[in-house]
Design a protein around this ligand. Structure first.
Ligand SMILES: [Fe+2]
Length: 425
């Protein structure tokens, strides 16, 4: 009797754990193992030799056996369930029905699947129903003693059946949740890809309009990305700055083509027309809900200067968004290192001199220094790819000649930045 009591306790414990699984159902294997153990314990406790448990798969409208005991391979793996079956099973609730009794054929499900059950000699069919939804069935054979089930046996069976039903239901809900989350992830990834493709399409549209700066927007995007990565930005932020780079000149779409394509340095009037493009870009980009909220601002301020002499808002120093400072540097660097209609590109020595002269005036040292490091690392072969060198083309950089130049510049800018921060403190 004591033996029986402790087994019952163990049994109840197991079923409670099953119903409780919640998010612990990490893998399907754990879950099936749990269900298997539960059925085996139930059979063991009541000394039943044969038993089976099937989970109801709503999507496939079939009962799928998870555990079959004492029947060898006699059972089909799946039982298809139609509307009538479903109705007759859920109407039984967890009361169950004796299979061999005369009322067998009063149940539509048993009638429909008579062939399946006749030879198996099951005694009892218990549908597992949670809140009106079928989650599975349990089939039980005779007790080994030959006795029929007592009232107490039936009570135990029904209590266990409820627990298993809840466990199956939880498992199903978790699986549904997982499926929905996966679907959302896919949708989200899809939208992101569309967004990125759209951005790229715009970048090429901008570059097409300006026939002398082919690929400019794309390169500015890449340089910006490289600078931000060197500055330790997160992947998400880096993606954002790349997009800001691609789109920084989108306002040029509203500037007349012959001003953009002027094969000479333009006069003041035309230049003020051209200078509308950052604010125009802001107007174009603002209504879009970007995954990275500051993109319109970065476009608006990519011609601001840290000394306050830029446009359109004449912002100074820290008033300028850090992303705009990055795009500004990337933009200027590309302008200096590509041929334009009225001038050839400048040598790297010249670019270094420009950085030296204009850091603290046009450029912010907080972005110039990381950019110099990124170029230096590529020249020293410390990076997997040589993205900057690829964009600049063969032979533009000469490590032997240019590494010392860059190192000097970095040392100088760093000591300036140091004394500036000491002065502030
Ligand atoms: Fe621009």
């Amino acid at each position: 009797m004591a033996m029986q009591g402790s087994l019952q306790k163990k049994l109840l414990h197991t079923f409670a754990a099953l119903a409780d699984l919640g998010q612990e159902i990490a893998g399907t294997n754990d879950f099936e193992e749990m269900v298997r153990t539960s059925l085996h314990l139930l059979l063991g406790t009541l000394a039943i030799r044969k038993g089976a448990l099937a989970e109801y798969d709503e999507a496939e409208q079939a009962l799928k056996f998870i555990v079959v005991r004492g029947l060898g391979l006699q059972l089909q793996e799946e039982i298809p369930v139609d509307e009538d079956d479903l109705k007759s099973l859920t109407s039984l609730d967890s009361q169950g029905i004796a299979i061999s009794a005369e009322d067998t054929h009063s149940n539509q499900f048993l009638k429909n699947h008579q062939a399946q059950f006749d030879f198996t000699r099951f005694e009892l069919l218990i549908p597992l129903v949670v809140r009106g939804r079928l989650t599975g069935i349990i089939l039980l054979g005779k007790k080994a003693s030959g006795d029929s089930f007592s009232g107490e046996d039936l009570e135990t069976i029904h209590a266990m059946a409820r627990h298993i039903g809840v466990g199956l239901n939880t498992h199903r809900l978790m699986a549904e949740l997982e499926r929905k989350a996966e679907e959302n992830r896919r949708l989200y990834d899809g939208l992101r890809a569309i967004y990125k493709d759209t951005v790229r399409a715009f970048a090429s549209a901008i570059d097409l309009k300006d026939k002398y700066t082919q690929g400019h927007s794309e390169r500015v995007g890449r340089y910006s990305e490289i600078i931000a990565r060197e500055m330790g930005w997160s992947d998400e932020e880096i993606e954002g700055i790349a997009i800001a780079g691609y789109l920084h000149d989108i306002g040029k779409l509203v500037v007349e083509r012959d001003i953009i394509n002027a094969p000479y340095k333009i006069d003041a009037k035309k230049s003020s027309e051209l200078n509308r493009h950052p604010a125009a870009g802001y107007e174009i980009l603002s209504p879009i809900r970007h995954p990275y909220a500051d993109i319109p601002l970065m476009a608006r301020h990519h011609h601001e200067r840290v000394d306050g002499r830029g446009y359109p808002d004449g912002l100074k120093g820290d008033e300028i968004h850090i992303g705009a400072k990055i795009v500004n540097l990337a933009d200027s660097f590309d302008a200096m290192t590509t041929d334009r209609p009225y001038k050839r590109r400048r040598s790297f020595e010249d670019v270094v001199a420009d950085f030296r002269r204009n850091t603290g005036k046009q450029f912010a040292s907080e972005v110039v220094i990381p950019f110099c490091y990124a170029i230096l690392k590529e020249m020293e072969g410390q990076t997997k790819e040589r993205r900057i060198m690829k964009m600049l083309g063969r032979d533009y950089l000469n490590p032997e000649r240019d590494i010392p130049l860059l190192k000097d510049l970095i040392a100088e800018l760093e000591s300036e930045a140091l004394s500036a921060s000491a002065g502030n403190a």
